[in-house]
Ligand binder design. Sequence first.
Ligand code: PEP
Length: 256
Amino acid sequence: MLRKPLMAGNWKMNNTVGEAVVLTQEISNNFERDWPDHVDVVVCPPFVDLKPAKTVLEFDRTKVAVGAQNVHWEPAGAYTGEISVAMLKEIGCEYCIVGHSERRTMFGETNEHVNRKVHALIEGGIAPIVCVGESLAVRDDGTAEEFVCAQVRAALAGIDAGAAKDVVVAYEPIWAIGTGRTATPEQAQAVCAAIRATLAELFGAELADTLRILYGGSMNVGNVDSLLAQPDIDGGLVGGASLKASSFIDLVKACL
Ligand code: PEP
């Protein structure tokens, strides 16, 4: 297999520092030493939990990465409430989610913002997990692939092939996030294949074949196998099911 699966947990705005330490410790305790040979795993807690989670994982020498859920593109300055790439880098973040649909719809994040964040992350050596996905109205229109591929192009504008090797794309149909409604494996595969074709247009087929495309949207132990069986789905970005160590570990195991 060309691509190593990636299982990413998006904790969203859940878990105080104390709770984050407990959850990270539970994940660490149930994580087998040889799993990182077969799967990359990342937890994405709220900013304040990043360092405590990283400390637990480092102490245990558990090869689970930590990632942020957002970042600002400027290196420093008068941006009240924002966090820079260098701040994330210093605490050992290896990934950062950008363009999550909740940030796009609730906090006004645009394709242009996403693109700036992607540039800043790549320059800072943090792998962006670029979220894309259509609303139900767009899906019902029959233009989901077109819409999603336009988001991919916008997010990656100005990135050249040499800089794109760590980019991860997460296809998350908005209508499937936190709703219990999953895209069928065929629906998810069709869009992920279109994303890979877009990546091939941007960066060449050889590199596109190595880039990971995740599915996100009510992924759980009941549907993970059929989703991962699709040729263009290389793992998951998981919300609800990442908040309990047992269900997250089950999803990691599905990647082995
Ligand atoms: C997400 O927030 O990225 C997500 C996919 O959430 P859930 O798994 O809860 O649908």
